[in-house]
Design a binder for this molecule. Structure first.
Ligand SMILES: NC(=O)C1=CN([C@@H]2O[C@H](COP(=O)(O)OP(=O)(O)OC[C@H]3O[C@@H](n4cnc5c(N)ncnc54)[C@H](O)[C@@H]3O)[C@@H](O)[C@H]2O)C=CC1
Ligand SMILES: O=C(O)[C@H]1O[C@H](OP(=O)(O)OP(=O)(O)OC[C@H]2O[C@@H](n3ccc(=O)[nH]c3=O)[C@H](O)[C@@H]2O)[C@H](O)[C@@H](O)[C@@H]1O
Length: 468
């Protein structure tokens, strides 16, 4: 079994589908070198789960939205090309563990230079380090044989997974960065016209290329920083008897702070927050700004600490050993309403539990079983997967995951895990006693579960109940 992550096309697919939906006069072709992905986009089972996406794709596919592996043809016939390829953290070489790996951006750029037969506007949609547009321009100009003109724009995307369609339909802002030249401004105006199909002009912001590239990294870093801040406070809450939900509410009422992104959790996940902050750390170090690098690095370190801290609380409450105990892990995706597991806190938790010789029963409503095995195993080590399969069971419901378990751990905030949507009495009756429930997402009503008999432990809240 190949143990490479299955690409999701979480960005390019939904973004271009909405552009096609809102601009019926434009022909939009989504191309990918991954034929399996394209086949899925052309089928009834789209490769990603995203609420509202099916409807948009079904309406436009075959009309003005096409999915293809014929990258050459799409480059030749397009006036405007979005480069939305993956930019993961480098795993080896200079900057490993921090810098963004730009090999896919470079290969897509070289492909455009090699194949284009007319002038193009090339839009950097992927999240990239500051000044990547300059490298793309050099590659395009140096490799283009036909004396063609290429304009590079930065147009970072701010959608979040799980809410991609509403985010795209009603963005807070659309950001377009260009060179401050007549050509640059004219290219930016052409791209602005595409978005003006549905976004008010006042929300389409233009600025210089480098500000635009940096704004994307900055926005993700600031959002993640808020989560690490509230998570740091959650540790203080647990030690003092303060309630993190109340602290978050009180702070969020200050209009200068605002209520969003202050929900304490077992740790942020997703393909971008960690990658983009590490990218910012690397950029800061490259610019000889070690204090700035250390500041941002701490946001990621706090996130790792939160996952370790939550696990330690579970071990301590389960009488200091997990050996042979069954843990029901509710949720594996990095957040609700997505099947994406990239950097999911649930993966780290599951690995900690396995290291403590626990048995883990996993249930997630949208994550494929094959994805869970990939996430838990070492790439390419078959024997490692065999060992993991002795400790892990993947279940088709929360009820089967909880059967015979010593504790339930809520790792993803799926609505179906709320007290009103699951029969927790049935779950309690099927578990070992004492039955523990650890809520890493602050989604359950502790009082109701304690009344059933559960010993409940919630992130950012002190312990209550019979065992204190
Ligand atoms: N996932 C998200 O919600 C968001 C992602 N981003 C950024 O968008 C970029 C892409 O992210 P995802 O869509 O999540 O990545 P992904 O890995 O799911 O998809 C990237 C796709 O690009 C394809 N690809 C790679 N090289 C290619 C080439 N030369 N020609 C054609 N296709 C090629 C891959 O086969 C893959 O299907 C990243 O830079 C990410 O930081 C930005 C905002 C939101
Ligand atoms: O660049 C990207 O890829 C995107 O990254 C994030 O979007 P995403 O990672 O899809 O999802 P978020 O809603 O930001 O959640 C990220 C993680 O933080 C967690 N989170 C979020 C909010 C909160 O208050 N607390 C919290 O723990 C979520 O559960 C999740 O694990 C940003 O929100 C998007 O604006 C950005 O475009």
């Amino acid at each position: 079994m190949p143990v490479n992550r299955i690409p999701n096309e979480s960005l390019g697919g939904p973004t271009c589908a909405v552009i096609a939906h809102k601009n019926p006069h434009l022909k939009v072709t989504i191309v990918d070198i991954n034929a399996t992905r394209i086949a899925a986009w052309n089928s009834d089972n789209l490769p990603i789960y995203e609420p509202g996406l099916d409807e948009v794709v079904k309406e436009c596919r075959g009309r003005n939205l096409f999915f293809s592996t014929d990258v050459d043809a799409a480059i030749i016939e397009s006036d405007l090309i979005f480069v939305s390829v993956n930019t993961p953290t480098k795993v080896k070489g200079v900057g490993a563990g921090y810098a963004a790996d730009l090999k896919w951006v470079e290969s897509a750029t070289r492909h455009i230079a090699r194949v284009a037969t007319s002038d193009k506007i090339v839009v950097e949609k992927s999240t990239v380090p500051c000044r990547t547009a300059q490298s793309m321009r050099v590659i395009l100009e140096a490799n283009s044989t036909a004396n063609l003109k290429f304009d590079i724009l930065s147009n970072p995307e701010f959608l979040a997974e799980g809410t991609a369609i509403p985010d795209l339909m009603k963005p807070d802002r659309v950001l377009i960065g260009s060179l401050d030249t007549d050509r640059g401004r004219s290219a930016a105006a052409s791209l602005a016209d595409v978005y003006a199909g549905w976004v008010p002009r006042s929300q389409i912001i233009t600025m210089n290329l480098w500000s635009s590239e940096l704004s994307k990294l900055a926005a993700n870093a600031i959002l993640a920083q808020r989560i690490s801040s509230i998570n740091a406070l959650s540790a203080i809450c647990e030690a003092t008897g303060a309630d993190v939900d109340e602290v978050s509410y009180a702070c969020g009422l200050d209009t200068r702070i605002g209520p969003k992104f202050l929900k304490a959790s077992v740790g942020f996940g997703g393909s971008c927050f960690q990658k983009d902050i590490l990218n910012l750390v690397y950029l800061s170090e490259s610019l000889h700004l070690p204090e700035v690098a250390a500041y941002w690095k701490q946001v990621v370190e706090m996130n790792e600490y939160q996952k370790r801290r939550f696990t330690n609380r579970i071990i301590s409450k389960l009488f200091n050993t997990l050996t042979g105990k069954r843990i029901a892990l509710f949720g594996f995706a990095f957040k609700k309403d997505t099947g994406d597991t990239r950097e999911s806190a649930a993966i780290t938790l599951a690995k900690y539990f396995l290291a403590e010789s626990a048995l883990v029963s996993i249930y997630d409503p949208k994550v494929d079983e094959s994805q869970i095995w990939m996430d838990l195993s070492e790439p390419g080590v078959e024997s490692n997967l065999d060992a993991i399969k002795k400790q892990v069971t993947i279940c088709d419901s929360a009820y089967s995951a909880a059967e015979g378990a010593d504790c339930v751990v809520i790792a993803t905030e799926w609505e179906e895990f709320r007290v009103e949507n699951l029969d927790y009495k049935k779950i309690y009756d099927s578990m070992q006693k004492p039955a523990f429930l650890f809520d890493g997402r602050l989604i359950i009503d502790s009082k109701k579960l304690e009344d059933i008999g559960f010993q409940v432990e919630v992130i950012g809240k002190g312990s209550t109940g019979a065992f204190e």
